[in-house]
Write a protein that binds this ligand. Structure first.
Ligand SMILES: Nc1ncnc2c1ncn2[C@@H]1O[C@H](COP(=O)(O)OP(=O)(O)OP(=O)(O)O)[C@@H](O)[C@H]1O
Ligand SMILES: [Mg+2]
Length: 395
């Protein structure tokens, strides 16, 4: 039987982890995303269908209940919980049609509430779009963007995996502060046919619910990683997930070219200095020479600031094309993410950079034809600009 897809909302990291664990223990649920703020959750609910949600009412209970009260039918199964039982809260819970209310977030008997819940999700028939993130050169922020874009996509309820294709010991698991038991080495060493069950076991899960396929930890395994195995792994992942993000090493070899070849969209990450931009331009020409359609190759300027050596106008002139997205220079925030293993959404001061990532995510959804929220004014304008740019590029 298909498992039920759930979103979990709680401001407290401990409560969130405990709820996710208890839901997963039922073996009836997959948690698609967890949320710490109501707006992101409401947006995710608008974006796509899930079978159920769990809301922690410990903080701002009225706002939390209001965020689901207006959901259109058919509604997901609503499970609520709070530290204490409160008559007023229980009454409101009944009014909005919640299926159950768990005191102290102890999900005793949750299986029963799940029994009558029907999976609403329709499996998409197409292979998941694959986005390759590649730096113009080393250290421009490709891994940071790959990981944060992954979190942002997962937050919309899209099942997302970030694969570290680094052949020199990668950074994706480190970024997420994960120490996975398995990684690409296990795939390399596996003899015989790879199947979905095996690949599933190799994948790790971050607290945000984004999945991670970590790079090999031993250098001898790195050299053994062959393109044929990569093809097979990607095909399996494309059936299992809604979006795949590849953190592709910038030093091109046969392996990374194969990864780019298997991707639907390629994002070149650059900084605004002459060396990065020169490499970005060469890389773009090279990727296009290898057969990628120009409209599938995008350029993202990372670490943009008023003090950068070249102004944005000069960057565009240098690249001979428009930028597809810009991420601001936030050294303190980025350092915390990289060094302390926290993601942007868990950093108060990460808001500005996170907003830029969300904008990039929306654009990536457009490129991949992934369902977007109902057309709000700014998004439709962005869409028009995107179309206009495409038309200009084609001419
Ligand atoms: N927007 C940003 N503002 C400021 N610093 C940033 C930003 N993005 C990334 N950084 C910093 O740049 C450094 C390199 O980042 P990252 O590891 O993501 O780059 P990379 O391109 O993947 O590098 P590598 O070539 O080693 O794989 C890190 O210290 C990171 O914190
Ligand atoms: Mg990297």
């Amino acid at each position: 039987m298909d498992k039920l897809t759930f979103l979990v909302y709680s401001k407290s990291p401990e409560t969130r982890t405990s709820i996710v664990e208890q839901l997963l223990t039922t073996d009836q649920v997959v948690v698609n995303a967890t949320f710490t703020d109501l707006n992101s959750m409401s947006e995710a609910l608008r974006l796509r269908r899930v079978d159920g949600i769990y809301l922690d009412l410990d903080e701002e209970p009225d706002e939390t209940l209001a965020s689901v009260a207006s959901l259109a039918e058919p509604r997901p199964t609503i499970l609520l919980g709070a530290r204490d039982s409160d008559a007023g809260l229980l009454l409101s819970a009944m009014r909005i049609g919640a299926k159950d209310f768990f005191i102290d977030h102890r999900l005793t008997g949750v299986q029963k509430s799940l029994q009558s819940a029907q999976p609403m999700r329709q499996h998409s028939e197409r292979a998941a779009p694959t986005l390759a993130i590649v730096g113009a050169k080393g250290g421009v922020g490709a891994t940071t963007i790959a990981c944060e874009l992954g979190v942002s996509l997962q937050e919309t309820g899209l099942r997302t995996i970030v694969c570290d294709l680094s052949r020199r010991l990668g950074d994706v698991a480190l970024y997420f502060d994960l120490r996975p038991r398995y990684d690409m080495s296990d795939i390399v060493r596996r003899e015989g046919e790879l199947d979905a069950v095996f690949v599933d076991a190799v994948v790790a899960k971050h607290e945000s619910q984004v999945s991670v396929l970590a790079a090999p930890t031993k250098l001898e395994d790195v050299t053994q990683l062959k393109s044929a195995k990569l093809d097979r792994v990607l095909k399996l992942l494309q059936d299992e997930y809604d979006v795949i993000i590849l953190d592709v090493p910038w030093d091109f070899d046969e392996f990374s070219l194969r990864a780019l070849d298997m991707s639907n969209e390629i994002l070149i990450i650059t900084n605004a200095d002459v060396t990065s931009l020169t490499h970005a331009r060469t890389r773009r020409q090279m990727i296009e020479r290898f057969g990628a359609l120009p409209e599938r190759v995008h350029v993202v300027l990372n670490r943009a600031s008023a003090e950068q050596s070249l102004a944005e106008k000069q960057v565009v002139e240098f690249l001979e094309r428009d930028l597809d997205a810009t991420i601001p220079d936030q050294p303190e925030v980025a350092r915390k993410c990289t060094d302390e293993g926290v993601i942007l959404r868990d950093l108060k001061e990460g808001r500005i950079m996170r907003e830029a990532i969300v904008e990039l995510r929306d654009r990536a959804c457009e490129w991949c034809d992934l369902e977007l929220p109902e057309q709000a004014e700014p998004t439709s304008r962005r869409k028009l600009i995107q179309k206009l740019r495409k038309a200009i590029r084609r001419n």
